[in-house]
Design a protein around this ligand. Structure first.
Ligand code: IPD
Ligand code: CA
Ligand code: CA
Length: 267
């Protein structure tokens, strides 16, 4: 039997340790490189942080697999066994440009089911964490179950990109929703935006394309407080594929789906 309590304790300790190293790096010169395009940044701290976790996990749990954004872990093509899904720094552009609004994001899954989730806002020392069936917490404070809200009273996380010409969604689909809600926000870290839905700072978060490491930790956390996690077309998310993501308070998820996303087509 997997000892989730022990894994949870160790994961929290490692995340805090990694956070300290990232904070210390603010005083040093970062090595910044680009990946797929000039806006897709990676730094030495992204790589070092992922390697830090991999070393710890491999030493403690030889049978666990690791899916990490920077590619130092395993090639994971199925959901079998225990898999750590790691984004060492989610919001690297913010990390480089702002030194805030980024997070360490980790989800630990067993046979495809999320058991532990963590999103650590390193700068504010805010650790969102959850264990399936045991509730979600912001540091030591238990997060309340999410309550219902009307579309007109909702603040939603959405990037302006999705209402301009782009190759994923017709630019006119989300315009009416954006016009009808109370407000929109875009923080530039998917993990933090999911954590904000879990803590009630946002009512929904909508985006067209995320990788498993962007949502794996957040999915566990937000589901523990009753949030609904699907793709834009209502499909469940899995840690083996990229997807559009629509995370929302209960009730609001259904209202937005029915009113604005009924016949949405994504590329
Ligand atoms: C990115 C951030 C961003 C989201 C992108 C992600 P990264 O992650 O979460 O908010 O819009 O799709 O790739 O590259 O900073 O880890
Ligand atoms: Ca990310
Ligand atoms: Ca990242």
């Amino acid at each position: 039997m997997t000892n989730w309590e022990k894994i949870n304790e160790q994961a929290i300790q490692w995340i805090k340790e990694a956070g300290s190293k990232i904070r210390a790096s603010f005083l040093q010169q970062l090595k910044i490189e680009t990946k797929t395009n000039r806006n897709d940044l990676v730094t030495n701290m992204d790589k070092e942080t992922e390697q830090f976790f991999i070393k710890k996990i491999n030493e403690a749990y030889t049978d666990h697999r690791i899916l990490g954004e920077e590619g130092f872990g395993d090639v994971v093509e199925d959901e079998n066994g225990v898999i750590w899904v790691i984004d060492p720094i989610d919001g690297t552009m913010n990390f480089v440009h702002q030194q805030r609004n980024f997070a360490i994001s980790i989800g630990i899954y067993e046979d495809g089911i999320g058991q532990l989730g963590y999103i650590y806002d390193v700068v504010h020392d805010e650790l969102y964490h959850a264990r399936k069936g045991f509730g979600a917490f912001l540091n030591d404070q238990r997060l309340s179950p999410l309550s219902e809200v009307e579309i007109e009273d909702a603040v939603i996380g959405v990037n302006a990109l999705w209402v301009t010409d782009n190759h994923r969604i017709n630019r006119h689909v989300l315009g009416p929703l954006v016009q009808n809600v109370r407000g929109t926000r875009s923080y530039g870290s998917a993990a933090m935006e999911i954590a904000y839905v879990a803590s009630g700072r946002l009512d929904s978060y909508i985006t067209m394309r995320l990788s498993p490491w962007d949502f794996a930790g957040g999915k566990v956390i937000v589901e523990e407080v009753g949030g609904v996690v699907t793709s834009l077309t209502g499909e469940p998310l899995t840690i083996t594929s990229k997807s559009s993501v629509f995370i929302s308070k209960p009730g609001l998820h259904q209202k937005i789906s029915e009113k604005y996303l009924r016949s949405v087509e994504l590329n």
